[in-house]
Ligand binder design. Sequence first.
Ligand SMILES: [Zn+2]
Ligand SMILES: [Zn+2]
Length: 342
Amino acid sequence: MTAETISPNPRAQKDGVPHWNYQPDTPLAVSPLFEWPLNPLKIMNWFIRSWFPISEKLIIVFAAWLSWTYFQPPLDVSKNFAFDWIGLMWLRNFVLMMIFAGGLHLYLYVFRFQKDRRRYDSKRFGKGRPYTFRDQVLDNMFWTIVSGVTIWTGYEALLIWGFANGYLEVMEWAQNPIWFVAIFLIVPVWETFYFYIVHRWLHWKPLYKIAHHVHHRNTNVGPWSGLSMHPIEHLIFLGSVLVHWIILSHPIHVLYHLQYFALSAVTTHCGYNSIAGKRRKIISLGTFHHQMHHRFIHCNYGGLEIPIDKFVGTFHDGTVEAHAKLKEHMRAKAREIRQKKG
Ligand SMILES: [Zn+2]
Ligand SMILES: [Zn+2]
């Protein structure tokens, strides 16, 4: 599979302002949950729009339900770690990844059904160094499948083994239906908090050099870039699911938690703001704040649900002013490094 794009001079900067092929409305909005005074109507609206009428979140809930109902080996065969049931889970996760990342890559970059409509950066995917196999798409597929899907399955198997042996209690729907539903709603919010913390840590120089640089090879991103990470980063990022060891949950929550982390990484990195017809958006996908993180690196470490970047001054909201601030920050950092050296 190759990805070819057409726009000439896609990354030119005019007057120090970066050019994007497509830019959503700026300044980017963050969750109104952290605005004062609280506006319940705005919060409700933000929340409903992030789930309905159709969203990646709803699709992933459906994928988790399908996985649990039809494609999960029964708990009583999962009491001992064995290749058969874990292999089946690996295969299921591989198929899910092929549907999400492979499907989006084919739709957006091979058949180009949407051309460059709502595509953030029309720069071609990279060739040559530093990519594994000297090809960005092959590099991204390799790290996603070999390391990503395997570590995702490993965590899943560990928790399923815990449920099967009674180390973890299986919460039933009737036991607490509100908590049962709430976990589905909390995971995406938790993800933006957890992601900020571990991602900021991954930018610590030694860890960046060992692990996170693999993800940052991608200055422009596509669906296969989302989970294209070094195994150490997979262990840290997907390790979020271990929280189910201490909170009461059902195995479907574990499947959903990992599928949300793995598959929404695919959609948020797809390089397009949304799947859209000529006039109307059908479903939101790629996030502009994270697209900027890949291009500018020193901003937007987290998400918009719990906008820690905004609290600590690293938020790039897409405006010219925010970009000037980032450049000033970069100059100050460079001066600091020069002074330390000299
Ligand atoms: Zn990063
Ligand atoms: Zn990324």
